[in-house]
Design a protein around this ligand. Sequence first.
Ligand code: ATP
Ligand code: MG
Length: 585
Amino acid sequence: MDPASKSAAIPLLRRLLKQVRPYWLQIAGILLLDVAATPLALLTPLPLKIAIDSVIGSDPLPAFLQVLVPGLVTGSALRLLLAAASMQVLIVLAIRLRDLCSYVLRTRTGEGLILSFRTRLFRHVQRLSLSFHDSRGTADAVYRIQYDAPSIQGVTLDGIVPIASSGLMLVAMIWVIARINGKLALVALAVCPFVFLLGHTYDRRMGGRYMHLKELESRALKVVHEALTAVRVVKAFGREDAEEERFVHRSREGAQARIHLAFAEGAIVLAVNLVTAIGAAMVLFIGIRDVRSGLLTLGELLMVVAYLSQLYGPLETICSRFAGLQSSMAGMRRAFALLEEVPEVVERPQALPLKRAAGAIEFRNVSFAYEQRNLVLREVSFAVPARTHLGIAGSTGAGKTTLVSLLTRFYDPTVGQILVDGVDLREYRLADLRNQFAIVLQEPVLFSTSVGENIAYARPEASEQEIVEAARLASAHDFIIRLPEGYQTQVGERGMALSGGERQRISLARAFLKDAPILILDEPTSSVDMGTEAAILEAMERLMQGRTAFIIAHRPAMLAACDALLTVEHGQVVAMGSEALTVPR
Ligand code: ATP
Ligand code: MG
């Protein structure tokens, strides 16, 4: 491992330990079961030995069995044979039970680890600011939650646990061999430095490549994600083949990287096996010479050779697990990197609670840029008293949607302040602040549940009657009852089973149902016909009674319903109409 990745590995392991701590008991159980596997396996030939030596032959039972088995059994050959046969069954049963327990415990612990880690990642991603999602897209976060998070199982249960149990086995076998013959134990161990050197080289050369591989795979997923979310556009422009080409290109890079890494992994395992084979050959060579010169008995040599595989097995396991660990560590790094992203919009400590705002709003010298370079809003200043209905007009791309996005703290102003009821909105608790707004977004977003649940999204406890009432106000009730299952109709993913105007009216109904003191309507009637617009307008006027409202609109009819008008061009307020509007400074 090179110094850079080593320095990164230690904090990573520390964070990992913190994440897996609630599962330490289960992990210890798995480790114990793993360690128990070898002694159990070593018991397998015992019944056969008893049958041959003590039933057919007349040797006494091994000493430890004489303690365990009552004298009654040892008295007759038949009983002894029966005991040996039952022992055979019991041993197999014990081995299989151990396998079963290990399998179940491993699965339970692994799934638990992954689920809790995924939950943490998902919670974090949801809390990240919109600017993070705008700039990174969703596919990478999806990849990290879905494919990188399971690395936690890879590192702990398939990495650290087997390495630890193999390490214990290794020490035990060294002890056993050293007791038979110290010199041969040293000869057998002479290969260890070479094995670790191999592992070290592999680590240094491959560590970074796994990160790169994950990057490639995540980019391939991004293509799928983009192409499928925009499948209508892809089809309409006949770009299926081009998208496929893009996908194959990205995936091929990933596949080649994987093949390359598989070769490297195979090569390291081969090299380690070769080194241990050389170790075994050395033991044989020196052992036979010692037997011939009378330093060692043949029996001792045979035992040492038989135990060698038990010694080198764990050594090889450690090495191959270390190789596999690289991939999981790369996944962990990526998952933890996501957790390190800090939300830009954060709640202050001791933030103020806000039950229900009156709705006075003031922009003080607000400038805003999505990216550092170009300002989208420039020194916007205006103030509206509570219960003002403010129309916002301006050409496309002027910054209208951006302006209202700052109100709900989707983003924070780069410069300046926004005040709600005379207090900077950054002083309020975030959830309380957002609770003050009912919003109809420019592009209505629905969830893949029923129409009714979509309307009740902001108030899941709303009664059916309230939902219907809200739908009526938004001129949505009539078309909803004509749907095959009325309010229970599923709207399809992102509401794709509905027309644009229908989606818009459902999101209006959603805003109507949420009884919030401030309304934000971003072109709420852009996708409906004139007649429906008139009906909605009338309902909106009723809804806006006693509330502050920001209405972005192009059509004069909508703006006429407002008692103040703000015109935005190129991120600046160019005109303000009506006396409701006061301009500070
Ligand atoms: P429209 O009438 O078309 O809805 P708008 O006035 O609402 O336009 P905004 O959406 O506020 O315009 O966009 C203002 C400017 O900010 C545009 O130039 C746009 O390219 C840019 N912009 C909008 N959203 C982002 C974003 N998430 N990241 C970077 N730039 C953005
Ligand atoms: Mg807009």
